[in-house]
Design a protein around this ligand. Structure first.
Ligand code: ASP
Length: 427
């Protein structure tokens, strides 16, 4: 049986069984198995992948930039990547804002009084209050723009690498980009063989092998992860806030099934059906882990092996895109902020909506590619239009499910941009 079929079966079984057992009131023996067996299995799998994210990001970017610097031209690829990122993010936020204005899901939830502690509509999520407090703390830590820009240049790359999975990924990437440019500039044009690059290629290949190995564990791990989510949160995660969830999912589907295929067909001259069929495992993995960063190793592999994209372009675009190109997240952020504004009966003028649009595009670019990475951004955006922080309680309960969906669209967008930047398939 093919890997993606096994993954799909694992996913369906995990949701069905987890939700069914959740509804029995959380049997203690199931809880024991979940805590002592399934959760660790899921963790081991995720750690295997996370373990290689730092070496892989560094080696992929340095090699990608080095090769681009010597061959195709880094400036061209980087500017095309940026242009497509902005175009796709803008389209996704416009879709999101149009839908939320048409469907108006927030009017079904109009709050006249301040929400209760713990947040209304947060089924089975006792951590909601703590969640809001934690997000508020990270918003409070937001620095002035000039300082944020200065700190993008790391003082100590080793420290940045250590903290990469805790939010310093962009700094690590910037170090790798500058380092790659320097290696390329320091290598004489007629000097074909660079020992450092060969070494980094070995590092990259070894990381790929670890991905292969981890993927053998994937079906059981995906089952374990999804079972744990469904068993802990139950179907409430899917049932409450139905209209809001529907709006986000519908928007994501439009981006995935209309915008991406059109761009692939018109710009990359590729068959969307074939393209997405080759990416099935990436989608399932992104959906299960809700992390673009964790999915990066697999996307890199699929881009090279199944999509046959030029490695020097795909390595650069996918690595940068896993943090900087998040179309699904940008769409989700736009919808969520306007949804919360509707819930609190805040009448946003056109100017405010345009501000939400622009900020959502930027927030999508600045969101960390980790589970829930966009929540501090959402809180920041929501507060900027006058939504009380407690409003976050409304969405925290369903966020995991939406995170899984938007991450799949984020990662799909990275692969689409890699194909667009690579140019027409026949060329
Ligand atoms: N989980 C998302 C990602 O990794 C980020 C987010 O929207 O929270 O792509």
């Amino acid at each position: 049986m093919k890997l993606h079929t096994r993954l799909l079966i694992a996913l369906t079984l995990g949701i069905a069984l987890g939700a069914a057992l959740h509804s029995t009131g959380g049997l203690s023996w199931v809880d024991t198995i979940n805590v002592n067996l399934l959760r660790p299995i899921g963790q081991v799998f995720l750690r295997l992948i996370f373990m290689i994210v730092v070496p892989m990001v560094f080696s992929a970017l340095v090699i990608g930039v080095y090769e681009l610097g010597r061959g195709h031209g880094l400036a061209g690829v980087a500017s095309r990547t940026l242009a497509f990122t902005v175009i796709l993010s803008t389209l996704s936020v416009v879709i999101g804002i149009t839908l939320v204005d048409l469907i108006r899901p927030g009017e079904a939830f109009q709050l006249s009084a301040a929400p209760q502690p713990g947040g209304p509509g947060v089924p089975g999520d006792p951590g909601a209050t703590g969640g809001i407090a934690a997000i508020e703390a990270s918003v409070a830590a937001v620095k002035p723009l000039s300082q944020i820009l200065v700190e993008l240049i790391p003082r100590n790359p080793i420290e940045t690498a250590v903290r990469a999975l805790d939010g310093d990924m962009l700094q690590l990437m910037i170090f790798a980009l500058i380092f790659g440019v320097a290696v390329s500039a320091a290598t004489p044009k007629d000097h074909a063989d660079n020992v450092l690059i060969r070494l980094l290629e070995q590092v990259f290949d070894a990381c790929m092998r670890i991905v292969h190995f981890a993927m053998k564990l994937a079906p059981i791990a995906v089952f374990a992860i999804i079972f744990n989510t469904a068993f802990t949160f139950g179907t409430g995660i899917f049932a409450s806030l139905f209209l809001y969830v529907l709006t986000v999912v519908f928007g994501l589907l439009l981006q995935q099934c209309v915008v991406y295929p059109l761009m692939l067909r018109l710009v990359a001259r590729r068959s969307p059906v074939q393209f997405f069929r080759s990416c099935r495992e990436v989608y399932l993995y992104a959906f299960s882990t809700a992390s673009s960063n964790a999915t990066l190793p697999l996307s890199l592999e699929v881009a090279e092996t199944k999509l046959a994209l030029p490695p020097n372009i795909s390595r650069f675009v996918l690595t940068v895109g896993s943090t900087a190109n998040q179309n699904g997240t940008a769409l989700f952020e736009g919808i969520t902020v306007l949804f919360l504004a509707q819930v609190y009966a805040l009448d946003l003028a056109v100017g405010d909506q345009v501000r939400v649009l622009l900020m959502s595009i930027l927030a999508g670019i600045g969101t960390a590619g980790v589970p829930g990475g966009s929540l501090p951004m959402v809180l920041l955006l929501a507060q900027s239009v006058g939504v009380p922080a407690e409003g976050m309680g409304l969405i925290l309960g369903v966020d995991r499910f939406l995170d899984m969906c938007r991450t799949a669209v984020n990662v799909g967008g990275d692969l689409v941009i890699a194909a667009l930047v690579s140019g027409p398939a026949s060329a």
